[in-house]
Design a protein around this ligand. Structure first.
Ligand SMILES: Cc1cc2nc3c(=O)[nH]c(=O)nc-3n(C[C@H](O)[C@H](O)[C@H](O)COP(=O)(O)O)c2cc1C
Length: 208
């Protein structure tokens, strides 16, 4: 399936086959696709916890409004945004410079640029962590769909409970949960979208 088909045919899976699992290799492959996403200044804030153990999935479900798919899916990913990503940024940029992918003056500018941009405070750091991790989450869902799995994003969870249950330090914001596994027959049909004319304008903000 190419990416255009994946975009057009992905839907949120509600009902998963509890009997079918994903191997660690399959889960790692999905995480790799997630990590290919862009991030501001290449900060790469996204972190993932793959919850596959049946008891752990039940604990996650309890922190996620008891949504059945959290435990029914083969794996539910906890998508995190690293609020402390600036600490690792110089190392990441230096890695790219060593590989010759980023010229040294550009790399130095990126490191300083990120530091300056984020010096205004925690809200911006928080927003950018969510923004970047959300793009990674979409990559993960498109990859999952393209590989024939069902998947479903969730904001229906209590972040404090998720953090407590899975030993997640305050350095991380819980961005989304994504259930991934094998879809059962009878899942909801694809919902209609706004038309382009309802949602796109050219050169100025339309009367949406
Ligand atoms: C940020 C976000 C949070 C969502 N949270 C939930 C959720 O907690 N539970 C759920 O069943 N669906 C959740 N959804 C799925 C949406 O309901 C779904 O994407 C939307 O209805 C469009 O349907 P589709 O994904 O099948 O195209 C969420 C989607 C997004 C993007």
């Amino acid at each position: 399936m190419d990416v255009l088909d994946a975009i057009k045919t992905r839907t949120t899976t509600q009902f998963f086959d509890r009997e079918k699992s994903l191997s660690d290799a399959e889960i790692k492959e999905l995480a790799e696709f997630a990590l290919e996403a862009p991030s501001s200044f290449n900060l790469q804030q996204t972190r993932l916890i793959a919850v596959t153990d049946p008891q752990a999935k039940e604990r996650l479900k309890a922190a996620a409004w008891n949504q059945p798919k959290v435990a029914d899916a083969a794996a539910t990913f906890i998508i995190l945004g690293d609020l402390g990503a600036l600490d690792k940024h110089p190392e990441l940029i230096e890695r790219a410079m060593r590989q010759g992918v980023v010229p040294e003056p550009v790399g130095a500018k990126m490191i300083k640029g990120a530091r300056d941009y984020y010096s205004v405070g925690r809200q911006r750091i928080h927003e950018e962590a969510i923004r970047s991790a959300s793009l990674a989450a979409m990559n993960l869902m498109l990859a999952a769909h393209a590989k024939g799995y069902g998947c479903g994003p969730m904001i229906g969870f209590e972040a404090d409970k998720v953090k407590a249950e899975f030993n997640i330090p305050d350095r991380y914001v819980v961005v989304l949960l994504i259930a991934v596994g094998y879809a059962l027959p009878g899942n909801p049909a694809r919902k209609p979208r706004l038309t382009v004319d309802e949602a796109l304008s050219f050169n100025t903000c339309g009367s949406f």
